[in-house]
Design a protein around this ligand. Structure first.
Ligand code: ZN
Length: 174
């Protein structure tokens, strides 16, 4: 397994629409394992392949709490087939937006269909943090980012801060 570099926004690669995986092969399985290791180390609760520069519809998620057993989800070609009507506001973070959090309204429950790492079709119902995480990561597959759910003003503030942090980091390593 390997730790992969996570792309930090703003970056045009994060705006790309990812391609279907189709059949999960050994390369995809290795990528999934590397993504999980990268996510756990960050630490985060979800990561999409595009965040490590691979434009494939692959997502890893683990919303287990501290002290609970790890519960990794490996999702290929995920598709939400039903949403609940009511929208819930919840604060979200993103490994591509380090140290930034924003409240986003999304449906509270979803039904997800996907292909697992053994190429079996699976389906489950999710609510709470898991439903939130699924929707956030699925946005990534279509090039939609956390800040795209915010007003232009809030988005501008976050992007400027990220650019400033990037500049400071570049100066430090120069
Ligand atoms: Zn994200």
């Amino acid at each position: 397994m390997a730790i992969l570099p996570i792309i930090i926004a703003p970056d045009p690669r994060l705006k790309v629409t990812s391609e279907p995986v189709g059949r999960v092969d050994d390369d995809a399985r290795k990528l999934i394992d590397d993504m999980l290791e990268t996510m756990y180390l960050a630490p985060g609760v979800g990561l999409s392949a595009i965040q490590v520069g691979v434009p494939k519809r692959l997502i890893v998620i683990d919303v287990a709490r501290k002290g609970e057993d790890a519960a990794p989800l490996r999702l290929a070609d995920p598709k939400i087939i039903a949403y609940s009507d009511e929208a819930v506001a919840m604060e979200e973070g993103c490994l591509s937006f380090p140290e930034h959090y924003a409240e986003v309204k999304r449906p509270g429950e979803v039904i997800l269909r996907y292909t697992d790492e053994r190429n079996q079709r699976q389906e489950f119902e999710a609510d709470g943090l898991l439903a939130r995480c699924i929707q956030h990561e699925m946005d990534h597959l279509d090039g939609i980012l956390l800040v795209d759910h915010l007003s232009a003003i809030k988005r501008g503030i976050i992007i400027r801060k990220l650019l400033k942090a990037r500049k400071a980091k570049a100066l430090k390593s120069a």
